[in-house]
Design a protein around this ligand. Structure first.
Ligand code: IVH
Length: 347
């Protein structure tokens, strides 16, 4: 009966979403691939027999059929800024000094994260449903890569709700390609006589900028959430809490996130990761240090291109000597001049 089919379809979707959550967010799967594939096939068959019950948020509808002609532009409601870099403990202390000076007598704490080497993406959820995914672009306007991002299984098509999801929730994070997938992809490409990707970041970016989402779906991309963009209501009062909220909503976060009460702790955490990158299944190119409280972030504000409340720390292996070939001066919207050095590329 139709009512039964509808109920069964909804039940299966709920079950599959729960298993996605257990796998991608909690890292605690309860069933193996085979059992998962069986549930998926069951849902697919039921939907095929009852096409009027197919909805875009169904786990079976991640991959769309038709290639796109091109990417539409998306203006970011909140700009996606870049980050300033530090290269040693001394520069981290100088960053902390600047923060202390600006915050005066206030106490503050930090959150320290891995800097995942992929590409930044902004996911827009409206009433808990993924509506748009956009690349960073120039920070103000990016490309609409929704069809491609929908194929990434770590990205939930609908958020887990306790009835408490902001109407508009923009989640920012990194799309990346695990090292093993990158090696396998390059091997296959080399065998087929195709150009190989220089690194997992290029492979992830290249895979996300394909017009045919079916190819993106075959690329094994993943996603980790690390900040918020536009919000219709506050999610939390500090960053660490907002990451815990992400988790409750079904958004995967990096398990290696640490709070630090002062810059000494920050430095210890950063140094403890140096040389340990190889233990991870994906590549990182440093650490990201962020002021925890949103109120204090507002006080600190941003320079033209980067917030003053966060900084990256680059591992020594990521440093190399090169030559400044020339310097361009870019003119920003507000007339601010930004000198940009053109460097000889290094691997
Ligand atoms: S927070 C204002 N957290 O690094 C920028 N970024 O060099 C706030 N990235 O465009 C970004 N891991 O693509 C943040 N845990 C992390 C990150 C991270 C990687 C990337 C991101 C950003 C770039 C800046």
């Amino acid at each position: 009966m139709a009512g039964d089919a509808k109920r069964q379809i909804e039940q299966l979707r709920k079950e599959l979403r729960r298993h996605d959550y257990l796998y991608y967010v909690l890292n605690q799967p309860e069933i193996g691939d085979q059992k998962y594939d069986r549930l998926f096939a069951e849902l697919k068959a039921l939907e095929k027999a009852n096409p009027r019950f197919i909805t875009p948020d169904s786990p079976t509808q991640r991959v769309s059929g038709q290639p796109l002609e091109g990417f539409a532009s998306v203006r970011h409601a909140v700009p996606m800024l870049s980050m300033d870099n530090t290269y040693n403990a001394e520069e981290l202390r100088a960053f902390d000094e600047r923060v202390r000076r600006q915050l005066g007598s206030q106490d503050y704490d930090y959150v320290v994260e891995l800097k995942i080497d992929g590409l930044a993406i902004s996911l827009r959820y409206e009433r808990g449903v993924l509506v748009t995914a956009a690349t960073r672009g120039d920070g103000e306007v990016g490309d609409d890569v929704t069809a491609n991002v929908r194929t990434i299984k770590a990205v939930p098509l609908v958020l887990f709700g306790d009835g408490n999801i902001p109407d508009v929730l923009e989640v920012r994070g990194e799309v990346y390609m695990p090292t093993r997938s990158f090696v396998e992809l390059n091997k296959a490409r080399a065998e087929a006589g195709e150009a190989v990707f220089a690194n997992p970041r290029n492979a992830a970016a290249g895979s996300l900028k394909l017009l045919d989402a079916r190819v993106t779906a075959s690329r094994n991309l993943s996603f980790l959430a690390y900040s918020v963009g536009e919000l219709s209501e506050p999610l939390a009062e500090n960053h660490y809490q907002s990451l815990q909220r992400f988790k409750e909503l079904g958004l995967p976060i990096n398990p290696n996130i640490k709070r630090a009460k002062d810059i000494d702790e920050v430095i210890n955490i950063c140094l403890s990761w140096s040389g340990k990158q190889k233990t991870l299944s994906y590549q990182i190119d440093g650490m990201v240090i962020k002021i925890n409280r949103f109120e204090q972030r507002d006080i600190l504000g941003a320079t033209g291109r980067a917030p003053r409340w966060c900084i990256s720390y680059k591992f020594p292996a990521e440093q190399a000597e090169t030559v400044v070939e020339s310097i361009d001066v870019q003119v920003g919207k507000s007339g601010i001049l930004t000198p940009v050095a053109n460097l000889t590329p290094v691997q």
